[in-house]
Structures are given as structure tokens and as C-alpha cells.
Design a protein around this ligand. Structure first.
Ligand SMILES: Nc1ncnc2c1ncn2[C@@H]1O[C@H](COP(=O)(O)OP(=O)(O)O)[C@@H](O)[C@H]1O
Ligand SMILES: [Mg+2]
Length: 433
């Protein structure tokens, strides 16, 4: 049978035949996420969009009111990306990613003071940077300085920074074990080596005095109220670079005033792990990020991570309620506010779920949405989001596969052997990009 003759017309005329016009999606690569409401399937792969020049960074910001489907979307994105060989690392403040982790064959790692999971934030002290050098030591010095400054709520004095730097380098070169830990660092700060003291023209007592506040503050994470999370070598199963999904369950410490320290340690460990780059592309998710971005140290870390995303092959996914969550880190115009709004600038994919009218207006302003799009946001039903990818908008209905409901089920009613879900999500994995 001969195909019907082609019909040519301008887009100005063709728009008259809406609703049969489709939006053309955003490239068709990656897993299928649902339906573009204007017609056609909607697939999304941040790395593919970056590779083809559609976006200039792979990071996502997800916004929306409680219960609108933000976490559900993230879980489904992660689950379906796994079929493409991608992996994920998830900070889970509400403890709701367990079913996803178990479906991937791992248990979430619950950070609980005195619990069984340890993250060694100075894991990388002895690790060389790619191409040589002491990259691990430099990162450890930065991390410890950030931790102590956050904890002491003041900037460190030059002699304190020097004491940290000398202790870290001593551990890297002559430490008691190949994998130094925070307790080792505290010991060296309290009793430095004569060689370290000599390099800064002082004696052991002088260097010990310079590092004493630092050591006592760090000791809190080793012996005090935060003991039992960061005071040993990293628990073996976390370090498993082959795990498809690593979920850090922070629900036990979510309300704690020490959350920024805990997040910073967890994040630093992650950075160290990611720096040992294995070429695998990863989603790094911070759910409920609104609760932590008001800490300048976290905001700073997040932004560094956003900036590093391209070189590490990671796509960051930050989940918040409203745009002001990303700029609430400081008073107007403060350095912190600039840091946090930088997150919005460094993410080129924004997924907006339903919001009340006042928040929708702010979102529309920050994301340069049209008036019609702004009016739409308060009326979006659960599971439907306005996607802004670069300068393009898409209205997307996220569709759950039959077998995926258990992954988003928050009552944790999981089966005994979750790996054997019928379909295992493959029923909704889209076309290879
Ligand atoms: N696309 C969807 N399809 C079907 N149900 C959904 C969808 N998105 C969310 N839900 C349901 O809504 C509930 C709340 O969604 P959730 O993602 O936890 O909201 P949020 O993270 O925005 O607070 C989930 O437990 C899930 O059952
Ligand atoms: Mg949620």
C-alpha cells in the first residue's frame, strides 16, 4: 500500500491541529518516565542530554508540596536508570528508600549513634589524587577544618589549620594503620610528633596546644554524643563499589542538631568514594534537602558537588519544597544565600510538582516560567510535574509500573525476596539511548 502523500505546512498553521501535535519529548534517550501530557512518551537521561549539548550540567532540582510525588519520582528514576547500568547514592532523611535498596539486593545503611554502621570520613587520607599527589590528604584537611569550624561556630585560626594539616600528613606517611580514622587523628592532634612540630618551628607542647580545641571538638565525634558513627573504618558493605544503590538512612538523626555534621561527614565520605572514579555514572540524591541546606557548610558542600558533577560523572538530585528552601541559607545577600541559589543555577533540569499559588509565583519567577505555567502549578495533581529542561517546558504524568508500587510503598510491607518481583521494573524501562 502506498503511504499517504506528505503534507507540508508552517508550525503557525500546524498548531491549529492540536491536540494531535506532540512536543517531541527531550530526545527519547534513557528510561521512560511517563507521558508528556501534550502527547508522546517522556524519557529522560541527564548524561545523554549533556552529551548531546541539550543541557550544560546534569543536575536536577525537584520541587513540590508534601505528598505530590517527589520521592516517588526519584525512586522510579533511580530504579529505571539501573537498567542502563547507572548506580545511585542516596541520602534518605525519612528512612523511606529501604524497599528500593532491598529490591536492589542491599540493605539501607542506618546511621545511628552507637549503631553498627561506620563511615570513616577520612577514608582517603592515604589515597593519592588521580595522577599522583596527596589528594586524599588535602580533602581530609578540608573536611576536618569544615567539621571543626561548623561545630565551633567560628573560623579556625591559622595555627589550628596548620595543626590539622600536619596531623593529617603525619597519618598519611607514618600513621599506625594504612587506613587512618578520626580517633587516630585525635590522638595525633593531642600528641603530635616532634618532626611535625619542628616543621613549624615549635616543640611538641606548642603544636599540641595549637591543635587542642580542634582535637577536643573532634573527640565529640569519637567519644561524645556522636560516637559510634564516624569513629572507625568504613563498614565493609558500604565500601562495596559494585553496589547498585547505596542508601544512607538518616532517619534516626534527622531531628538532631548535629545533622549538619553528620551530613557533612557522610558527604565527605561519598566525595572520597566518588573521587576513586570508576567511570560509572551515578545519581546522587539528597531527599528532603530543604532541611539541611540552611547550614552553610552543607550548602557549600552541595555546591562543590554540583560543580564537580561533570568531572565525576554524577548527576545530583536535590529535593525541596520550594525555591526559597534553596536560598534560605542566610540573610538576603549573604554569602550563604548566594551559595544556595547557586544550586538552582547549577541545575539545568527542574521538576516542579504541585505547589500553593504563593510558592508557584516564586517558582515561576526563578525558573522564568510563563504566566500559564505559573497558573498550572497549583492545579497539578499528584504524580504530574512541570519539567523545565534548559529553556524547554514539558508537562509530564509520571507513570508507575504494576510491579513498582512496592518500591514507593512507605509502610515497608516488603516481600521476603524482593529481587523476584514480577517484571522487576523492566516492564517500564524505556528505549536505550
Ligand atoms: N506517579 C504516581 N503514581 C501513583 N502514585 C503516586 C505517584 N506519585 C506519588 N504517588 C503516591 O503518593 C504517595 C506520596 O508520594 P511521595 O512521592 O512520597 O510524595 P512527596 O515526596 O512529594 O512528599 C506515595 O506513597 C505514592 O503512593
Ligand atoms: Mg518525599
Amino acid at each position: 500500500m502506498r503511504p499517504p502523500p506528505a503534507h507540508r505546512a508552517t508550525t503557525a498553521h500546524l498548531q491549529a491541529i492540536y491536540p494531535f501535535a506532540t512536543s517531541g519529548g527531550i530526545g527519547g534517550a534513557g528510561p521512560l518516565l511517563g507521558r508528556d501530557v501534550l502527547g508522546g512518551p517522556f524519557s529522560f537521561d541527564p548524561w545523554e542530554l549533556y552529551r548531546t549539548g541539550r543541557i550544560t550540567n546534569p543536575n536536577l532540582v525537584v520541587l513540590g508540596q508534601l505528598g505530590r510525588g517527589k520521592s516517588t519520582f526519584v525512586k522510579i528514576l533511580v530504579w529505571r536508570q539501573l537498567a542502563f547500568g547507572r548506580r545511585a547514592w542516596i541520602m534518605d532523611p525519612k528512612g523511606e528508600y529501604g524497599p528500593l535498596a532491598r529490591a536492589c539486593g542491599t540493605e539501607p545503611l542506618a546511621l545511628v549513634p552507637g549503631g553498627s554502621v561506620r563511615l570513616n570520613p577520612v577514608d582517603g587520607i592515604g589515597r593519592a589524587a588521580p595522577g599522583g599527589g596527596t589528594g586524599g590528604a588535602r580533602r581530609a584537611t578540608d573536611l576536618v577544618s569544615t567539621l571543626v569550624a561548623t561545630s565551633l561556630r567560628r573560623l579556625l585560626a591559622p595555627e589550628e589549620r596548620a595543626a590539622i594539616d600536619l596531623a593529617v600528613h603525619h597519618l598519611a606517611q607514618d600513621g599506625p594503620t594504612p587506613t587512618p580514622t578520626l580517633p587516630d587523628l585525635v590522638d595525633v592532634l593531642l600528641l603530635p610528633s616532634p618532626e611535625s612540630a619542628a616543621t613549624v618551628g615549635t616543640d611538641v607542647a606548642g603544636l599540641a596546644r595549637a591543635g587542642r580545641d580542634v582535637a577536643l571538638e573532634l573527640r565529640r565525634m569519637v567519644r561524645g554524643d556522636l560516637a559510634g558513627m564516624f569513629d572507625g573504618v568504613t563498614s565493609g558493605r558500604i565500601d562495596d563499589g559494585d553496589a547498585a544503590v547505596v542508601v544512607i538512612d538518616l532517619s534516626a538523626v534527622f531531628g538532631s542538631p548535629a545533622l549538619p555534621l553528620i551530613m557533612t561527614c557522610a558527604a565527605a565520605w561519598l566525595q572520597g568514594a566518588l573521587a576513586a572514579a570508576d567511570g560509572v555514572k551515578r545519581l546522587v540524591v539528597i531527599d528532603e534537602a530543604w532541611a539541611i541546606l540552611n547550614d552553610p557548610a552543607i550548602a557549600r558542600w552541595c555546591q562543590a558537588n554540583f560543580k564537580l558533577s561533570r568531572s565525576l560523572g554524577i548527576a545530583n538530585v536535590v529535593v525541596a519544597h520550594r525555591v526559597s528552601d534553596l536560598s534560605a541559607a542566610g540573610a538576603d545577600g549573604s554569602a550563604e544565600e548566594k551559595l544556595a541559589t547557586g544550586l538552582l543555577a547549577d541545575s539545568e533540569t527542574r521538576v516542579v510538582f504541585g505547589q500553593p499559588p504563593s510558592e508557584a509565583r516564586a517558582t515561576a519567577r526563578e525558573l522564568a516560567l510563563s504566566g500559564a505555567e505559573a497558573d498550572l502549578i497549583p492545579r497539578l495533581p499528584r504524580g504530574v510535574a512541570l519539567w523545565r529542561v534548559g529553556s524547554q517546558s514539558h508537562l509530564v504524568e509520571h507513570v508507575l509500573g504494576r510491579s513498582e508500587a512496592v518500591l514507593v510503598d512507605t509502610d515497608a510491607a516488603m516481600r521476603d525476596n524482593p529481587r523476584q518481583f514480577p517484571g522487576s521494573g523492566a516492564d517500564f524501562c524505556g528505549t536505550e539511548g
